[in-house]
Design a protein around this ligand. Sequence first.
Ligand code: ZN
Length: 229
Amino acid sequence: MPADTREHAAIQAPLSGLNHNGKCHELCIVLFSDDVLFFQRILRADGLYEGNLDGQWGPKTERAAKEFEKLAEEIRPRAGTFDIRSERSLSTLCLKAQNEARLFPCRVVGDGLNVRIISGTRIYAEQNALYKKGRFGNRGPVVTNARGGFSNHNFGIARDIGIFTPSGGYKADGPEYEKAAQKGLSPEIEWGGNWKKLVDKSHYQLRQHFQIAELRARFEEGNPFILPA
Ligand SMILES: [Zn+2]
C-alpha cells in the first residue's frame, strides 16, 4: 500500500460497524431495500443484470447482487478503505464510479487534505424528501432544486466530497475544495466546481455524454449510459 494511502487510512475511522459482516452487497441491499427496481437499474447499469426491471427480488437479482458484491470487494483493496460514512456512500455507486471514487482521496491526500465521501447515490424517494425541505410549508432552507430522477445522484454516477479538519470538523467551504479538484481530477471525472450555472465544489461525477433527461430515460429503461473504462 502506498504511503499516502496508509496515511489516509490512519486519519479515517476504522471500518467497523459497516454491517454485520462488512459485505458491500448486504449494505447495498439495506440501502436499496425500499426500492428493488432502483437497485435492478443500478445493476443493469453495471452490465450485471439481464432480468426484467420489475422490482421483484428473484434469483436473477440475487445473482447480480452477489456479482456486484464480488466486484466491489475486488475494487476495495486497490485504494484502501475509508471511514464508515465514506464506505456507505461508496457502496451506493456503480462500480466504475466506486473505483474512481476510491482512488480520488489517495490522489489528493498528499497535501494533508482530509477528504471524505459524504454522499453517493440517492433513490428517487430520498431525492424527493430532500426536495421537500424548505418547501410546501416545511421548515429550513431549500437544499436542492432537483426532484427524484432529476439529480445526477439518482443514477449511481455522482458523489459529494467533504473536507475535514485533522480533528474531524467538517468544512463546508474553503480553498481546500479547489485544491482537491486540482489534484484529484482525471479525464473521466466531471467536477461541479466547473459548472457554469449551479457551481457545486463538493460534487464529482463520471463524465457524461448525455443530458439529464436522456440519462434518466436510459437509467429507467435499463439502457447503457456508463462508458467503458
Ligand atoms: Zn452532488
